[in-house]
Design a protein around this ligand. Structure first.
Ligand SMILES: [Ca+2]
Ligand SMILES: [Ca+2]
Ligand SMILES: [Ca+2]
Ligand SMILES: [Ca+2]
Length: 490
């Protein structure tokens, strides 16, 4: 530390003497890592000095950072300066000299031949690699900026470069950078753990893709292999343990008003026991994946199966889960590779279909007429991932279940009309031959057999002739309002 202070002092004196208008640069290439990891930060300089004949004799670079999440373990001088006299000083606690800040000093010099190693030519050079240890208690998503100490002293101390004459220093332009703490499992480094990390990790394991940002060794067995893919998949889709045992923050969605997901309406009518529900996607964003996390009303239906449109997503990875106890559905589909991603162009698509079995007993349906129930609850989570790997929250609409009376709706179109009367009549008289039997209850007058009288019962109800004609399966007099529209049909 003493050497650093001395060198800084020398530079501060020299710098005040004179400065050339050449543009020298100093910049940081930040590091990333998970808690406990080493994050290597590179310090680079570009020396222009006094012009084409100039070269570099010394540099002195004091840096600082917020020591809440990491400390420096080691400094390795860059290869171009390996033969110089180098002093890398580490003061993680800010106790080894003013200012009372965590700091490192990167100082090196040569006197040049014949006394010392050669000067270094103008150009771009790696000053040093600084290895920061990210603390175990650092929180995923934390970051810390590596700054200069230029303004920390009063009067200011200047980081600087010294030319081969040993007389001049230059205050370089400075560009700092961050050390960031990635979640274990945030392999693509976007700050969240999602299915994109599966794609990224698979690229790395199987297709020579780049190394993960956040650790890919999510099961912590010291190797990154297919077991980690299984582990991460289990976490994402089956409630398995989180990567490295650390629960990542839930993904923050960016609201997108121009993308929408509509969960369609569906109907239980007649004695239907199964129903299907389409999910329509209207995307203005080019997509790389999507997740539908839905909840349904377990009092009304049970989910039997869910499926993405195989024509759209046949080469994408997908997972679907149904928990019939809690009434939750998880569906995800995504590009299997981030190196060669498959995109879904902006358009309107039937993206998926959900199949349910009705839990509404037929006798309940008889007493219910056109009850609408929101059975896909509005607090579901639907997200889309665009081609920039941004996770979007589209506008979405819930699904509604229409429960319709079934007695007398013999053609199962969910309404009772004159067509039902015709349908029954045709069946009874077999005109034309082969006219099918009622799909729903056809014995609407409840006399135990299907006859022409049942067709008449429906017709009379529909046209209300005579007024007060009872609805199907309700022989008692029941006053039903009659619309003008129905009279016109007559
Ligand atoms: Ca990620
Ligand atoms: Ca592993
Ligand atoms: Ca009907
Ligand atoms: Ca009958």
């Amino acid at each position: 530390m003493r050497a650093m202070v001395i060198v800084i002092a020398v530079f501060s004196v020299l710098f005040t003497t004179r400065a050339f208008p050449y543009v020298d640069s100093l910049w940081i290439a930040g590091g990333v890592g998970s808690p406990g990891d080493l994050a290597s930060v590179e310090v680079w300089l570009q020396y222009e000095g006094g012009g084409v004949t100039d070269s570099l004799e010394a540099f002195d670079i004091p840096l600082t950072w917020d020591a809440q999440i990491c400390s420096v373990e080691a400094i390795t001088v860059g290869p171009d300066f390996a033969t110089w006299t180098f002093q890398g000083t580490i003061d993680n606690n800010g106790t080894e000299g003013p200012p009372a800040l965590p700091k490192v000093g990167l100082s090196a010099y040569t006197y040049g031949p014949p006394i010392g190693p050669p000067f270094v030519e103008r150009g771009t050079h790696l000053v040093a690699t600084v290895d920061f240890r990210i603390f175990d208690m650092a929180s995923p998503g934390d970051s810390v900026y590596i700054d200069t100490l230029m303004q920390a002293f009063s009067p200011p101390l200047y980081l600087g470069f010294m030319d081969k004459m040993g007389l001049l220093t230059y205050a370089p332009a400075y560009a700092g950078d961050f050390i960031s703490v990635f979640y274990c499992g945030d392999c693509n480094g976007d700050g969240w753990v999602t299915f994109l990390d599966l794609s990224y990790l698979n690229d790395y394991i199987s297709h020579g893709g780049p190394a993960p940002f956040g650790s890919g060794d999510v099961n912590q067995d010291e190797v990154v292999d297919a077991d980690d893919l299984s582990y991460l998949s289990s976490y994402l889709f089956d409630g398995g343990p989180p990567p490295c045992g650390i629960d990542p923050l839930p993904c923050a969605l960016i609201s997108s008003l121009t993308d929408s997901v509509e969960i369609g309406d569906t109907v239980i009518c007649c004695d239907m026991t199964t129903l299907s529900l389409p999910i329509t996607l209207k995307n203005t964003s080019t997509l790389m994946g999507m997740t539908f996390a839905l909840e349904y009303d377990t009092a009304l239906v049970v989910c039997d199966s869910v499926r993405f449109n195989s024509g759209l997503f046949h080469d994408w990875s997908q997972e679907t889960r149904i928990d019939t106890d809690s009434g939750t559905i998880l569906m995800a589909v995504w590009t299997p590779s981030l190196i060669a991603p498959h995109h879904l162009s902006p358009d309107s698509y039937e993206a998926a279909t959900l199949w349910f079995s009705s839990l509404v007993p037929p006798e309940a349906q008889e007493g219910i007429s056109q009850i609408d129930a929101t059975f896909i609850l509005p607090d579901h989570t639907v997200s889309l991932v665009d081609h920039n790997q941004t996770v979007l929250s589209p506008t979405s609409t819930p699904g509604t279940l229409h429960i319709s009376s079934h007695c007398g709706d013999v053609n199962a179109d969910c309404t009772i009309t004159f067509a039902d009367a015709l349908y029954l009549r045709n069946y009874y008289y077999q005109t034309p031959p082969g006219s099918p039997p009622p799909i729903c209850e056809g014995d609407v007058n409840l006399d135990g057999t299907i006859t022409f009288a049942d067709a008449l019962h429906i017709k009379n109800y529909y046209y209300q002739t005579p007024p007060g004609s009872p609805p199907p399966c309700e022989p008692a007099l029941s006053l039903i309002p009659i619309t003008d529209e129905r009279r016109v049909l007559e």
